[in-house]
Design a binder for this molecule. Structure first.
Ligand SMILES: [Fe+2]
Ligand SMILES: [Fe+2]
Length: 184
């Protein structure tokens, strides 16, 4: 085999490894999406929020939050794994149904839900600890000491398109924290 062919084989082998690694990295947070309990809770939120004029808690909100978290983490070189970022964002608001129906704090219900399904999705105990803690403090900004929680809090707020929201005048958010322009 010529050196050129060797190089070509070497680079295509490397490309396959990169693709395999990407698929592997994607696998764990995509397992959340495929989890039946997760799918059921998304449907429940959709039903209970039907007609809600304020920010909904849909998969779009979860993904907007995840992607903003990921962008900020890259910009700031936070070195937080994509799996952990997406897991925290996908799960942070799943407790909304219990909040609407039973008045429970959704952060706590979401954290309980995360503890239940994340082991099945292949997350380690240390990762689950970080994700759950971030979820628990995502609503109140008390996560300043917690890099993942801080990131989740910021991205959660930044994900909302206040600048084109018809319900902005009735929204309980203080005007100072409403998003007046696009940042991410
Ligand atoms: Fe929330
Ligand atoms: Fe949220």
């Amino acid at each position: 085999m010529s050196e050129k062919q060797n190089n070509q084989n070497g680079s295509s082998h490397a490309a396959v490894l990169v693709i395999m690694e990407m698929t592997d990295n994607m696998a764990r947070f995509n397992r959340i999406l495929k989890n039946e309990e997760y799918k059921a809770v998304l449907r429940e939120i959709e039903i209970i929020e039907k007609g809600r004029k304020f920010c909904p808690h849909t998969i779009e909100h979860f993904l907007d939050t995840a992607r903003i978290m990921y962008i900020i983490s890259l910009e700031k070189d936070l070195k937080i794994s994509k799996d952990i970022i997406y897991a925290a964002a996908l799960l942070h608001d799943v407790g909304r149904v219990s909040e609407y129906k039973e008045g429970k704090a959704h952060e706590i219900v979401s954290a309980d839900f995360a503890m239940k399904i994340l082991p099945e999705c292949g997350f380690t105990n240390d990762e689950i600890f970080d994700i759950v803690n971030a979820i628990l403090c995502h609503g109140n900004g008390k996560s300043r000491e917690n890099a993942l929680g801080n990131l989740l809090y910021r991205a959660d707020k930044l994900s909302r398109n206040c600048f084109c929201c018809n319900a902005a005048n009735e929204c309980y958010w203080d005007d100072s924290i409403k998003n007046k322009e696009i940042i991410y």
